[in-house]
Ligand binder design. Sequence first.
Ligand code: FNR
Length: 386
Amino acid sequence: MTDWAAFQYEIYLNGLLGKVPRLPTDLSRLAEIAEARLPAGPYGYVAGNAGGGKTEAANREALDRWRIVPRMLRDVGTRDLSVEVLGRRLPAPVALAPVGVLSIMHPDAETAAARAAAEVGVPFTLSSASSTSMEDVAEASGEGERWFQLYWPKDREVTKSFLRRAKESGYSALLVTLDTWLLSWRPRDLDQAYLPFLHGIGTENYFTDPAFLAGLAKPPVEDLQAAVMHFVGMFNDPTKTWDDLDFIRENWDGPIVLKGVLHPDDARRAADAGMDGIVVSNHGGRQVAGAIGAADALPAIAEAVGDRLDVLFDSGIRGGEDTAKALALGAKTVLLGRPWVYALGLDGQAGVEHVLRAHLAELDLTLALSGHATATSITRDDVTRS
Ligand code: FNR
């Protein structure tokens, strides 16, 4: 059982030695600091959204509309934030969301983030579009819990090969992302004509894959453009339907989670298809401009399928209070996105650890001060719409 709130005293005690945290403890401030300190292309890629960014704003508004109603005199002296998710006990209801192309943020990229997650004890989700191969990330993550996110390639052999490699490298769960069959209209990247994939960044899992390489006349080091075009052609397949999930089930024997569900009927279909979980998510507002705020979609979905599969949540989580609200609205665990990516850019592995420890300390204190000694005792009755 980890005393997450102890990070608070560590910070104050360091203050006696004249030290203050290198990054802000209000994690919503990381974006503005990253904008000031990081190059425009990479910062814009992380901050960017579909269209004018209204969906990211809707994610924040949806969470802000809910207010926690604290309860008193409930003995929260001993606390345990652990949760049972996808058949495993996690020390806290937080994991790192899959985020691709991390070498644009920091040279240590995914290995730094995976090490940070393992150090703190939360799951790391590796994106298909990572700039480090899944085997190298597995080595960095060591004994840490790790999940693999699949951008479901058009080519069945490459898909099978990815799943086999992920299994062999110890990734325990598979997150299949459903909302990115095509890349959305992203003005921030378009205005800078910035797309890292075209430079062979974020393609490492493909460029190290025997099934992918079998489709190339020359290896990527000899003909990068041809390799990139081959990647673009198979990155995703917009013709997939629910029936195709059988193929994933046949080729992956661990838990399968569908990421990007926003309608209760789709959540029911996921449960009918025998999936183990879903992530209620709009990809942080990066895919459909004008989409529903993810936290607005969460309660109805949790009500529809919360007893049939594990409901996870992302899109808009910044401070600990946001995670507390998501738990109250029916999520079992949240995925943390942009805050740790900005922190990786600003301070490498230490930055990601800072974000995780700050978020978990704030979550622990928020729950405790609201009368909850566990992550599961907060429910819909403990929040109200303002
Ligand atoms: C993402 N996200 C994402 N999701 C995914 O399934 N595979 C991926 O490779 C990526 N890549 C990615 C890159 C960047 C720069 C961002 C910001 C996001 C989406 C991610 O997993 C998560 O859904 C969002 O980040 C949640 O929104 P917030 O909370 O970060 O705003």
